[in-house]
Design a protein around this ligand. Structure first.
Ligand SMILES: [Zn+2]
Length: 188
């Protein structure tokens, strides 16, 4: 069972521990566990925001109670859950699918920047674009690029307030700090 070793942060010892835990489950629980993994094959990307979803268009994009005037730009699908947990944001999202990182092959072509521009050009309801990427070198580089790309569109572009420690991963920011950074957002 070296499969657990494919997960980040799981070494041989931890992998073995996971195997023992699975052995401790009932056969039915194990089948349920295996089913949950197989179910991941059905996950695809929302046609509108590119978040992971089981549908063509995700629940969030379909939710009419969301504020259609705000669009929050995140690097990964999982960042949506982090921002939702703050309960300070009620608009829509756009998932870039990464940040600019030339050494790792992430360029202006591989992140969904063109898709973002197209969306903003066709969706006139969106008034504000909030750049919510992790405040590190690559996140900053990406936010600068997007702010420049969107400039001709004349939309309000903001980014999270300083307050998140530099280099901090959005994923590990606590809800209060991130919520405050959202409320205090500033022009990009
Ligand atoms: Zn969506």
């Amino acid at each position: 069972m070296t499969e657990f070793g494919r997960l980040p942060g799981v070494g041989p010892k931890t992998a073995l521990r996971h195997v023992y835990r699975l052995l401790g489950l009932t056969p039915e629980q194990r089948r349920y566990f295996a089913g949950a993994i197989l179910h991941l094959d059905e996950i695809r990307q929302c046609r509108r925001c590119f978040a992971h979803t089981e549908r063509d268009v995700c629940d969030l994009c379909q939710d009419a109670s969301r504020n259609g005037e705000a669009l929050c730009i995140v690097a990964e699908s999982r960042d949506i859950a982090t921002i939702e947990a703050t309960e300070q944001y009620h608009g829509l999202y756009h998932v870039l699918g990464g940040v600019l990182n030339p050494p790792e092959g992430m360029t202006t072509e591989t992140i969904r920047a063109a898709e973002l521009r197209d969306r903003l050009m066709s969706d006139t309801e969106i008034k504000e674009v909030i750049l919510a990427l992790s405040p590190d070198v690559y996140g900053d580089m990406t936010m600068n690029h997007i702010a420049m790309l969107l400039k001709p569109l004349g939309k309000k572009v903001t980014r999270l307030a300083r307050g998140l420690p530099m280099g901090a991963d959005l994923e590990f920011a606590d809800e209060i700090t991130l919520g405050d950074a959202l409320i205090g957002r500033r022009p990009a």
